[in-house]
Write a protein that binds this ligand. Sequence first.
Ligand SMILES: *Cc1c(COP(=O)(O)O)cnc(C)c1O
Length: 474
Amino acid sequence: MPKHSRKTRDADTDSRAAAIRALPPIDECLRAAKANPALAELSRSYLKLMLQRAQAELRAAILSGRDPQIRDRDAMIDAVVRAAAHAVAADEPLLRPVVNATGVVLHTNLGRAILAESAIEAVELAARSAVNLEYDLETGGRGDRDSIVEDELCALTGAEAATVVNNNAAAVVLALNSLAEGREVIVSRGEMIEIGGSFRLPDVMAKSGAILREVGTTNRTHPNDYADAISPETALLLKVHPSNYRVVGFTSEVTLEDLVEIGRARGVDVMEDLGAGALIDLTEYGIPHEPIVRDRIATGAAIVTFSGDKLLGGPQAGVIVGRPAAIDRIKRNPLKRALRCDKLTLAALSATMRLYLRSGDLAHELPTLRILARRASEIGAIAPRAREIVAERLGDGYVVEIVDVTSQVGSGAMPVEQLKSVALRVTHPEKSANAIAAMFRRARIIGRVADDSFHLDLRTIEDPAVFSVKLETD
Ligand SMILES: *Cc1c(COP(=O)(O)O)cnc(C)c1O
């Protein structure tokens, strides 16, 4: 290597080290920032955070050789404060609206159900005001927050009692802990589910303090497997809806009816974790079949749990319905206090259920149902306009085609059944599907890559104008 090159490199390193040493302490930047009218009003802790970020960026620029060539202390302070002021102007909350063009209607990572207008209004009202959350307006005494939704839940499911917690995972833990702590719960090996990696039935069971007693095999479980396992230690027979997978082929499952029968003969209750928890018959809307809570209660399950933000189309919540004696034990468990819902959730849940009970046009007013029920022909009707907008935003080089696809319900519901849908397929002769996906992501549009190309599934798009965004096409 030629001598002068090493010398230059050493000089560079020295100069960078000097620049790093000259980086101003945050306190000095803070003092300077307080003199900047755009920043003076901000809290000290927020200002400090933004200055630290700006300083870290300057440090990274120096280290990576993108050296802004500032060596003077005052100029550095000025650079940091100016960068912080830019960052403050551009700063927005990290939770942002995105366009869900994945075709997955209940996308867990995108927040699952979108609320109905009436539920949004109810949340706003409750947020703005004091409410009778646990206050009896008749007597002036203490009320029960569950009573806000209990009648509606019972009316919709046929159950005699109900309670609500933060999500269905909490509902399962709470129900098992209340009804089976230190005792055995019998579950089929075919129902040992894992949902999204963070809900594994054996782990949830262990945390609840119930003792898992697995019976049968992965593909086949028979009535006798349960009957033979029942002992004085048995607290519950548990059935779990295998939401996100199906066992197919040589299989045999014990129906809820048989399970209830076995339990009744031996004096053991049956609990079912239904997962998605449909409140109505979805097949009437052209959506694949999903077990209905009311039917499970009618069949004789003592406890049924399900999510509020899956097929129900409401806020995140875990609903527990069933027999009064069991619900009562659940409500008296101190864990219930730790898992209870806040007023905003209860407001949204109540409004959503009132839609089920009162709306003459649920398929229109409940977004989850409306989007699931969209037929491919309806989705196809907006495709030309969507294509036009996207093609115009992308400009030359990109190819935007209208293609038939299948989309999914999501959140583990109906994993095998697919909904016919229509998508825009976006391709470019030199760009990979993942690069195109990243470009759309930067504009907060989330699509999906399938068969090596990027797709914008239009099932979850009701207004093509959401694609009228600026895309950084190169
Ligand atoms: C989704 C699901 C859960 C978890 O429900 P969350 O509301 O996400 O906590 C538990 N069990 C089953 C069967 C599910 O489908």
